[in-house]
Design a protein. Structure first.
Length: 178
C-alpha cells in the first residue's frame, strides 16, 4: 500500500462517519474544531505569552521604590488583575462551546427521529433500511456531541484551574513591604 492510499483510507472513513451522522454532525465537528483551537491557543499562552506578562508585572512591581501605602496596594491589585484578565481570556467561550456540544447532539437526535417518523409515515414499517438511516442520524451526533463535550470539559477545567493557580502565584510574588 502506498502513501496516498494510506492517507485516503482515514479520509474515506471520516467521510462515511459524517454521512452516517448527517448534517448536524458537521456542526458538531465545526464547534469541536473551534473549541480545540481555542484550548490549544490557551495552552500555548500559558507556556509562552503568560510568562512574559508575569515577568513584566514583577519588573514593574520591583521598580517601585515604595510598596507600603494604600496606593501601592492598588498598583499591586492592578498588576495582578491585568495578568488575571489575560489568563481568563477565551475561557468562558471555551466553556460555552463545551456546553453547546451535547445540545447539538440532542438536535441531531431530534432531526434523526423526525427522519424516522417521516419514513414511517411514507412507507410504513416496511422500509427498515430508511428507518435505520434515521436512527443512525439520531444516535451518532448525540454520541459525538457527548464525546467532544467530555474531552473539552476535562481540558477546560484544567485550563481554569491553571489560570487560577497562576494568578495566585503572581499575587504571592508581589509582596508588600511592612
Amino acid at each position: 500500500m502506498n502513501v496516498p492510499e494510506m492517507l485516503a483510507a482515514p479520509l474515506f472513513a471520516m467521510r462515511d462517519f459524517l454521512e452516517l451522522g448527517g448534517d448536524v454532525l458537521l456542526l458538531v465537528a465545526a464547534v469541536s474544531f473551534v473549541m480545540w483551537g481555542l484550548m490549544f491557543e490557551r495552552a500555548l499562552y500559558l507556556f509562552g505569552g503568560h510568562r512574559v506578562r508575569v515577568r513584566a508585572a514583577l519588573a514593574a512591581w520591583e521598580a517601585r521604590s515604595e510598596r507600603r501605602s494604600w496606593h501601592a496596594r492598588r498598583v499591586r491589585e492592578e498588576l495582578v488583575s491585568r495578568v488575571a484578565v489575560a489568563l481568563q481570556s477565551r475561557l468562558q467561550l471555551i466553556r460555552t462551546l463545551v456546553m453547546l456540544c451535547p445540545l447539538l447532539g440532542l438536535l441531531g437526535t431530534v432531526t434523526g427521529m423526525i427522519e424516522v417518523f417521516e419514513t414511517l409515515a411514507v412507507h410504513g414499517g416496511g422500509n427498515a433500511r430508511a428507518m435505520a438511516a434515521g436512527v443512525s442520524k439520531a444516535t451518532v451526533p448525540t454520541m459525538a456531541g457527548m464525546v467532544v463535550a467530555l474531552s473539552g470539559l476535562f481540558i477546560s477545567s484544567w485550563l481554569q484551574r491553571r489560570a487560577e493557580l497562576e494568578r495566585t502565584r503572581l499575587a504571592e510574588h508581589l509582596t508588600m513591604d511592612h
